[in-house]
Design a protein around this ligand. Structure first.
Ligand SMILES: Cc1cc2nc3c(=O)[nH]c(=O)nc-3n(C[C@H](O)[C@H](O)[C@H](O)COP(=O)(O)O)c2cc1C
Length: 211
């Protein structure tokens, strides 16, 4: 089976979507051919489009932007929609992993709904949507497993997703949050913002100025 993993984050490094796809890739059996794509701009090359359209499964992973799909990715989706819908007989299954900066994975439900609608317009089969909260913690994914650690629920969710992908099975959406209390995530996030401000020559109070 040919599986396209598409990272829709515009980030050049430390992308949470990239971390999630890396973990998913490790859970998909070796006999599958995995093709990796990164969509950071508003256009997909015709070569990539052709290669992606030959896959049995397409998995998108992207960050939640203003409760929706990042605009550059949306432009790519329009392009893909035209290309894929022209083949009335395709049997491609589409899965989407949406990671959010907010703690609650449920924040991603609207973006997943958008992807479901897109799948219908693109004439591909909808597999499953995964909403993952606590995007700021995704770099800690390696420190957990399916049985332990603060990112345990992300592991078990991606294991369930990998099993569905391997069977080309459609399933209900799954929403998950990190295994630490919400308040701890909030305090950690605020510390991160203050450190980032300092690194960029700003003061904490500058974070609260709206121009
Ligand atoms: C322009 C912009 C808009 C965002 N909007 C939301 C949002 O509406 N809800 C949310 O939970 N996180 C939001 N975030 C946070 C990202 O979804 C979060 O940091 C994510 O983990 C980044 O994933 P990535 O590293 O794969 O790009 C936003 C981030 C940016 C830069």
């Amino acid at each position: 089976m040919k599986i396209a993993l598409i990272n829709g984050s515009p980030k050049h490094k430390n992308s949470s979507s990239g971390n999630l796809l890396k973990l998913l890739s490790s859970k998909l059996q070796e006999k599958n051919a995995i093709e990796e794509y990164i969509l950071r701009t508003t256009e997909i090359s015709s070569n990539d489009l052709e290669q992606i359209s030959k896959c049995n499964v397409i998995v998108f992973a992207f960050p939640l932007y203003v409760d929706g799909i990042p605009s550059h990715l949306l432009r790519c989706l329009y392009q893909m929609e035209k290309y894929l819908s022209s083949d009335k007989n395709n049997e491609i299954y589409v899965y989407a992993i949406v990671n959010a900066g907010f703690y609650e994975g449920k924040q991603a439900s609207i973006a997943i709904e958008m992807m479901k609608n897109w799948a219908e317009k693109a004439n591909v089969k909808w597999g499953q949507g995964i909403g993952i909260g606590g995007g700021g913690m995704m770099s800690m994914i390696d420190k957990s497993t399916d049985s332990q650690g603060p990112m345990k629920s992300v592991h078990t969710t991606l294991t369930a997703l990998a099993n569905n992908i391997l069977l080309c099975k459609s399933s209900n959406e799954i929403y998950t949050s990190p295994g630490i209390p919400r308040i701890v995530y909030k305090i950690g996030g605020e510390m991160g913002w203050r450190q980032a401000a300092k690194k960029n020559g700003l003061k904490t109070k500058d974070l609260f100025i709206i121009k």
